[in-house]
Design a protein around this ligand. Structure first.
Ligand SMILES: [Zn+2]
Length: 248
């Protein structure tokens, strides 16, 4: 039987957690059962995901967005009370991995996106190591890239179009639109992230590069899913990814 501390230690090493200065604790956030048989993976530890994990008979929830974010009110009231009460009553472990699960070179959201979009010669930006850059097999039109994103993420991106064809691109999952200038400085034709801010449109136009907002949730589903598949191959445990659809 897999012990909780064995899994936590394994993930700590695998995801190289000590390398990150993050906005929330990475690792065990809520303690449940000491023995692990069934892990549900998902993007956000919302009440809907907790209920789904309980329904599936899981003892552990492994997510990208957990709790206890820097700057939030630490008081356990309202939504946070509801969520914690459900986890504790079910004796469910909550494991959360934020930046380490964006950045991991194999199981990370960004690495998974690079493989999904068939990007070659992938490397991190020197100025922003969370952001990856690479190139397509040939120069593509903005519309073709939008099509590739739609097919792989199952939703159309919001595209701020530029004139140039796209050979080199950079990307970072989630709410990483703020890295667009760092991406442009690296000489890419397009930058892709999950969300868009009002000013991102103007920045993209003035820099003359394409910007694609492909969805925060849509770009962050892959890391937790891939990590769960890896864990079920590595250990004697069941892993199920649960999609809680989110248009944002
Ligand atoms: Zn996120």
């Amino acid at each position: 039987m897999l012990k909780r501390h064995t899994l936590i230690h394994y993930l700590h090493e695998l995801l190289d957690i000590d390398r990150f200065k993050d906005y929330a604790p990475n690792g065990l956030q809520v303690e449940g059962n000491a023995e692990i048989r069934h892990v549900v993976t998902g993007v956000t530890a919302s009440l809907a995901l907790i209920e789904a994990a309980i329904e599936l008979g899981a003892d552990t929830l492994l997510v990208h967005h957990g709790y206890f974010w820097k700057g939030e009110n630490p008081v356990v009231c309202g939504l946070k009370k509801q969520r914690l009460a459900r986890l504790l009553a079910a004796d469910m472990n909550l494991l959360a991995y934020h930046l380490p699960l964006d950045a991991h070179p194999q199981w990370g959201n960004n690495a998974q996106l690079g493989a999904l979009w068939q990007v070659h010669n992938i490397q991190a930006l020197a100025s922003e190591p969370l952001v990856l850059q690479g190139e397509f097999e040939a120069a593509l039109s903005g519309a073709s890239v939008a099509q590739r994103l739609t097919e792989t993420l199952h939703r159309p991106p919001l595209h701020i179009a530029a004139e140039r064809p796209i050979r080199r691109l950079a990307w970072c999952s989630g709410g990483a639109q703020g890295y667009i200038e760092a991406a442009a400085a690296a000489g890419v034709d397009a930058y892709i992230s999950g969300e868009i801010s009002e000013q991102t449109t103007h920045i993209a136009r003035e820099l003359g590069i394409h910007y694609f907002a492909a969805g925060h949730y849509a770009t962050e589903r892959f890391g937790a899913k891939a990590l769960g598949e890896h864990l079920s191959a590595q250990f004697d445990l069941q892993c199920s990814f649960v999609d809680v659809d989110n248009p944002a």
